[in-house]
Write a protein that binds this ligand. Sequence first.
Ligand code: SF4
Length: 457
Amino acid sequence: MTFCAAPSNGPMEATQGLAMRRGACPSLSTPMMTGDGLLARLRPEKPEFALRDLMAIADAAASCGNGILEITARGNLQIRGLTTRTVPLLSEKIAEAGIAIAQGLAIETPPLSGLDQTEVADAVSVAERLRVAVAAHQPPLVLAPKLSVIIDGGGQLNLGAVTADIRLRAMRTNGQVFWLLALAGTETTATRIAALEEAAVVPAVMDILKNLAAIGRDARARDIVGAVSTRWAAMTDLDLIAPLVAAPNAAGIHDLGGQRPVLGIGLPFGQIDVQRLVALLEALEILGATEIRLAPGQALMVLGIAPDRIGAAQALALGHGLRAFPRDPRNHIAACAGAGACGSARIDTRSVAQLVADTAPALLDGSLTVHVSGCAKGCAKPSASALTITAAPTGYGLVVNGPASAAPTAYIEENNMRTALEHLDKLVSERKQGGESARSCLTRLGADGIRAAVQQG
Ligand code: SF4
């Protein structure tokens, strides 16, 4: 099969179908006001950093923020509880520690890029060439603050499940590497546009970025999918390209090959007290850890620990209350900051998330993610979930197969959540047919069956 695609000669009608949308991205230079002060999101420029660097960021979060460090669903750092006085101080401390924070367009690669022997191609070098091209463009491209590009070389912890405006992922066909260009979504939901040879990747992305910039600073890839699709003439049916194998949860031990294990540690519901983090990092350093990489799924990857010590490091992380095993039920719950941390929140998301982990293990077999959202925005998981618990005027709403903004299938009174979860857990445990997953069981029972279970007295 030959993969080849080229843009047609006609001008892109990029402005057609554009719906102007607003979206801000809190950074050190533009922190966002939340329920507990200002919030800054930090995207380190380099994928890897030393343990001492993360300790320095933790110290800065303690002295300038509320003493909690967060890792987002996309693998960025977040510090809350800042004030207009402490934001510049935080900037200074991070600069003093020699940590460069990326600005502008988010160009993301998988956390183990460049290390993983199962990668199809080197995403880091392609991403670097794209960064150079974007930085060199004159006049500077003014793009939507939340616009993102994923360059995915494949491998164990690929970014297939992470949403992006523009995504490229490597694939090998007849011994040759191509990059599948897709727009607006995840590996499975994005619209496939073309299969490109590597030399064509940066020009193609720049072409799309220039068109987005020409539309205006709120333009997102979803606004130009139709125009881009008709412009590129694919010489093969892109639907025939096999989907990327879904990445496992980051939590647990991964094998990079050549006696190089890496330990994925997930923060429980995305947060950790900085003192606990520093204590953990110091202990990991003693065990031989040399490098940290942030990972989607609110996780950090620990590198450098020898195979005969990696089990001890895993037990240590669990002892600190972190997610260090693939079977940890908390791996399958996505919760946002919630009440006390976000001004929009109307429920204590972390307590509800812990209640789900304690009360409804039958739901958490890995086949679905239970999403707990403090409001309809759904920050922790913007896409649809099999089950989403969100705030309702009195108590909670349970959305089945939808995002947090969808109309709830059932309502649960404030004091009935534990009972409702127990009923749901019992329903799945008892009605699962041999070998069936929680997701397919819930699908079979349907919204009516789920509603009946959670609303029984
Ligand atoms: S989903 Fe709502 S409550 Fe939760 S962090 Fe986002 S804005 Fe705040």
